[in-house]
Design a protein around this ligand. Structure first.
Ligand SMILES: NC(=O)C1=CN([C@@H]2O[C@H](COP(=O)(O)OP(=O)(O)OC[C@H]3O[C@@H](n4cnc5c(N)ncnc54)[C@H](OP(=O)(O)O)[C@@H]3O)[C@@H](O)[C@H]2O)C=CC1
Ligand SMILES: O=C[C@H](O)[C@@H](O)[C@@H](O)[C@H](O)C(=O)O
Length: 315
């Protein structure tokens, strides 16, 4: 059974976001015709939520697709992100993003990672060093008043770092965007964010399509006459998370926009896939297992991530 219209989630500031967005991280940095074509197709198929970032290097291509689509700006939910090297200057960085996107405002501006990067010395700052993510967040709070972003949020924040942020924040982030799929279901983080009215947004929500052969997911897909991706994405939206799958293929984009009905039993089965041997892992590989695990200059302890067997992280 398919449910064609895209549901929306209400953010903690009253604004609404389409539950399904098109992800624009291509794995390589840079503007390209492929990105413009992908976003243009997505808009034609009905996507109204676009997720890009300054460090994807493709905001110009995304902006070009928006212009060519003729979709009114007011119908879009456009997201971009503050890069680690710009933590000390979010206002300037946002203006550069707006210029590249060729729009007057974004709907959501995310702190991409909690770590600041000191480009002059080619190193990540420690959590205590200025600009801390608290200092950066305070500067981001000021951006809402400028009207250049409608909402602000974070990405790659663990419960530990959200706790630190919330103690110091005037504005509660509307969302926390993290890696999330049945191999990394983020059960605790979801419950923490729900209790504070922070929407969790799932990145890599089809697990980069590495579940295609998992018998549990396949069984549900076959029974529902749906694709594996549809099962994973429907599970995501059903449990109250926004999803931003990336696809350059029209058939995949269409599939990803069409959710299926899952009952409580199916939901529970998918909630527990990560308990299967070898299934609890990240597909992004934002980790290294040296020195007990680190990611972009911070240890897992500083990030608030746990080590799993095999040196894999979860947050
Ligand atoms: N905040 C952050 O730090 C991060 C944010 N993100 C965001 O999340 C988005 C999505 O994450 P991403 O890592 O790309 O992973 P996804 O889980 O979205 O997987 C994308 C891959 O799955 C394939 N795919 C997508 N849909 C289908 C389908 N229906 N059937 C078969 N294959 C499919 C795509 O191939 P094909 O194109 O051939 O369809 C692509 O190779 C990113 O684009 C980015 O916007 C991602 C990583 C980190
Ligand atoms: O959103 C996708 C990812 O976070 C990606 O933007 C980063 O991992 C980036 O390659 C970086 O080096 O910081």
């Amino acid at each position: 059974m398919s449910i064609c219209s895209v549901p929306q989630f209400k953010l903690n500031n009253g604004k609404k976001v389409p539950a399904i967005g098109i992800g624009c991280w291509m794995g390589t940095v840079g503007d390209s015709h492929q990105v413009t074509e992908m976003v243009l197709n997505a808009l034609r198929l009905g996507y109204r939520h676009i997720d890009t970032a300054s460090n994807y290097g493709n905001e110009r291509s995304v902006g070009q697709a928006i212009r060519e689509s003729n979709v009114p700006r007011s119908e879009l939910f456009l997201v971009t992100k503050l890069s680690s090297e710009d933590h000390g200057r979010p206002e300037e960085a946002l203006q550069h993003s707006l210029d590249r996107l060729s729009v007057d405002y974004v709907d959501l501006y995310l702190m991409h990672w909690p770590q600041a990067f000191d480009a002059a010395h080619d190193r990540y700052c420690s959590p205590e060093e200025s600009p801390t993510f608290i200092e950066t967040w305070k500067m981001m709070e000021g951006l809402v008043e400028t009207g250049k972003t409608r909402s602000i949020g974070v990405s790659n924040f663990s419960i530990k770092n959200l706790e630190i942020l919330l103690k110091n924040a005037r504005i509660v982030p509307v969302t926390n965007q993290v890696e999330l799929h049945p191999c990394l279901p983020q059960h605790e983080l979801l419950s923490y964010c729900s209790s504070r009215d922070i929407l969790l947004t799932a990145y890599s929500p089809v697990g980069k399509h590495k579940f295609a052969t998992n018998p549990t997911v396949l069984e549900i897909a076959q029974r529902k006459d749906a694709s594996v991706a549809q099962v994973l994405l429907s599970w995501g939206v059903n449990r109250g998370t926004a999803i931003i799958p990336k696809s350059t293929h029209e058939t995949h984009m269409n599939e990803n926009l069409t959710l299926i009905a899952l009952d409580n039993n199916d939901m529970q089965i998918l909630d527990n896939v990560h308990h299967q041997p070898g299934m609890h892992h990240s597909v992004c590989g934002f980790h290294s297992s040296d020195l007990g695990g680190s990611c972009f200059g911070w240890t897992y302890d500083q990030l608030g991530w746990d080590m799993l067997e095999g040196g894999i992280m979860r947050s």
